[in-house]
Design a binder for this molecule. Structure first.
Ligand SMILES: N[C@@H](CCC(=O)N[C@@H](CS)C(=O)NCC(=O)O)C(=O)O
Length: 202
């Protein structure tokens, strides 16, 4: 299998971490969808990463579809519970973490527009979602060691990728200082080989 993604994409990181945790081997093809010569649209009509290319050439996107597929193809280290209620709770955490990222990425891209074209109101609106999302995540985690149940799940991986990307792109938010419990979880996750090998970079 092959993963197309960039080393800065938190969604691609989520997929790569899931592959490592489930001990699935893959080739990584680095491609930034923002580069002028990107080939991503040839694999995903939405022009976004990550994309998973299967052995038979089929292409899967987006990250939520990919990670659910990966968890179903290998029984090693199940990351999404079989019980429907627990599964939906894990997926809710993933939606929250990915939603914070969607808002953070929108705000960042708006901020990169030339002066006079960027909208401070649009940036503030998206950063409001980042802040309320983080507060909800911290509240839901409380003093528990893992987001759901007593072991690592996809929920923790999604939260770890979210916090890691915010620390990378928005250090001024001081996420792990403001939300000590998210910081504890992020630190615990950073000790895993899957997280250490995929730390966000340009
Ligand atoms: N919901 C998608 C989001 C993917 C996404 O937005 N990826 C960004 C990179 S971090 C991207 O490819 N953006 C290019 C674009 O929006 O044109 C997923 O989970 O895979």
């Amino acid at each position: 299998m092959k993963v197309i993604g960039s080393t800065s994409s938190p969604y691609a990181r989520k997929v790569r971490i899931v592959m490592a945790e489930k001990k699935i081997e893959y080739d990584f093809e680095q491609d930034s969808p923002w580069a002028a010569d990107t080939r991503v649209p040839q694999s995903n009509p939405l022009g976004k990463v990550p994309v998973l290319i299967l052995e038979d050439g089929r292409k899967l996107y987006d990250s939520r579809v990919i990670v659910e597929f990966l968890d179903s193809v290998s029984p090693v280290n199940r990351l999404i519970p079989a019980d429907n209620r627990e599964k939906i709770e894990v997926k809710r955490w993933e939606a929250l973490a990915d939603g914070i990222l969607d808002a953070g990425i929108s705000a960042r891209r708006e901020g990169q527009r030339p002066d006079g074209e960027k909208s401070p109101a649009a940036i503030a609106r998206q950063m409001g979602k980042v802040n309320t999302g983080l507060a909800a995540m911290a509240n839901d985690l409380g003093d528990r060691g893992w987001c759901c149940g007593i072991d690592l799940t996809l929920a923790d991986i999604a939260v770890g990728c979210c916090v890691g990307w915010l620390e990378f792109r928005f250090p001024q938010l001081e996420v792990v200082t403001r939300h000590a419990n998210l910081g504890r979880l992020a630190k615990r996750l950073a000790g895993r080989a899957s997280f250490a090998a995929t730390f966000p970079k340009e």
